[in-house]
Design a protein. Sequence first.
Length: 199
Amino acid sequence: MREAIMDRAAQVDERRGYTVADFDWLLQMPEYADGKFELIEGEIITMDPVGFVHGHRATRIARLLDEYAERTGTGMVTTETGYYRAGDGETLLAPDVAFTRMENLPSPDSEEFVPVMPDLAVEIKSPNDTFAHMRRKAELYLRRGTQIVWLVYPERRGVEVCTLQETGEIAREFITEDGSLSGGDALPGFVLELRRLFS
């Protein structure tokens, strides 16, 4: 078994990058067995465990989004689930929280990674994340089909809302804790008052 895995690793070295198709055998390697990693343009990025407050904020956002999803019947909410754009298997992202509209889900009952990007992706900054890394991830989501990205910055007590404009530019708006988030076209009528997130 180990020999077969090493053969696969050699093939990856030859093509210079991993893809979603490599996950089955990567998960058999001890260093990746917990599945806590993402792929960004063929490179494995390990994900550290998050702290209590980070996890609590993610849960609160997920709960509020899930209440909206159940009330409207418009989509499904996930946490730390792998998403990639079909035809682009070199980038697989696992947002802290995501909302995907029902009409965009290929199969709501699948146990596989989701071969579309979520309509909304939420990333909460961990202490070891840089602002540059957060913004790079937002761009990866948006250029692969996500409509709106919320970058949550606990130390700044606010959220940066990122959207892709028709010009190809990324628009960014920072909303402080006394403001509120709108779901835009992805979640019509959804509003999140940020004091609920930072209190």
